[in-house]
Ligand binder design. Structure first.
Ligand SMILES: O=C1O[C@H](COP(=O)(O)O)[C@@H](O)[C@H](O)[C@H]1O
Length: 258
């Protein structure tokens, strides 16, 4: 991705959702190739909300090596995997049921632990430790790609404005039982995990994101959760948005050059 700015925020705005979807698929395919060429695998974290349907450009895409993907969730609602609120269910309905990804490559909640948030989040952290080697004080996993959404209040993953988890510096996976957006119980990647990724991509589309997108990009000092995503070097941050969402944004756009 040499044509993008070193360690900066890259804002790509597309005239419509279809162009956003196609460009995002192109970007993901390229990131996948770079990762597989280097390490033989591609570690990805997905979100729920509006994100899964924006991944439709991957369906039927011959360059995607699904057996090399290891998929995690940047956040998950603490519900059974077939519950309408489950981010996994949404990703399954919109993507995984339509592509040849091995089930064992998708890392879901341990549903036997849904009644114990501490155990549940520890177990998910252990899933990451298995993938990324030992956890120690100085070490965080380096995902090849983390795909995030942004809610109308500026939350991302399950990191909400003013919540104590915004200050979490140690755990990889944290839990909350007081989510301002239902359902109350969730687990989430913490900032150290998000900010150590090689690439973090936000996807936001539609006019309902206009105000919050300009707040997050133009006044980051306000400290909204999405503004706190700042990958450490050499990690890169990308925003894939549509013009309907970015119409009020002052932040400079970059040209997307496939
Ligand atoms: O609750 C959640 O919301 C965010 C944002 O959702 P969106 O519908 O506004 O895109 C999502 O990224 C997160 O995964 C989900 O749990």
């Amino acid at each position: 991705m040499a044509h993008h700015s070193p360690n900066a925020t890259n804002l790509f705005s597309f005239p419509n959702t279809d162009e956003l979807v196609d460009s995002l698929a192109f970007f993901i395919a390229k990131a996948q190739k770079e990762s597989i060429d280097k390490k033989g695998r591609f570690t990805v974290a997905l979100s729920g909300g509006s994100l899964p349907k924006m991944l439709r450009g991957l369906i039927g895409n011959p360059s995607i090596k699904w057996d090399k993907w290891q998929v995690y969730y940047a956040d998950e609602r603490v519900v059974p995997l077939d519950d309408a609120d489950s981010n996994h269910l949404s990703c399954t309905n919109n993507l995984f049921s339509k592509v040849p990804i091995p089930t064992e490559n998708i890392h879901v909640l341990d549903v036997s632990l849904l009644d114990d948030l501490e155990e549940l989040s520890d177990a998910y952290e252990k899933e990451l430790i298995k993938e990324f080697a030992q956890k120690d004080a100085a070490r965080f996993p380096v995902f090849d790609l983390i795909l995030l959404g942004m809610g109308p209040d500026g939350h991302t993953a399950s990191l909400f404005p003013g919540h104590e988890l915004l200050a979490e510096e140690d755990r990889w996976i944290a839990y909350l039982d007081d989510s301002p957006k239902p359902p109350l119980k969730r687990i989430t990647f913490t900032y150290p995990v998000i900010n150590h990724a090689a690439r973090v991509v936000f996807v936001a589309a539609g006019k309902e994101k206009v105000e919050i997108l300009s707040q997050v990009l133009d006044t980051p000092e306000a400290g909204l959760p999405a503004s706190r995503v700042k990958p450490v070097f050499p990690g890169q941050l990308y925003w894939f948005v549509d013009d309907a969402a970015s119409v009020g944004v002052q932040f400079p756009r970059s040209a997307f050059k496939p």
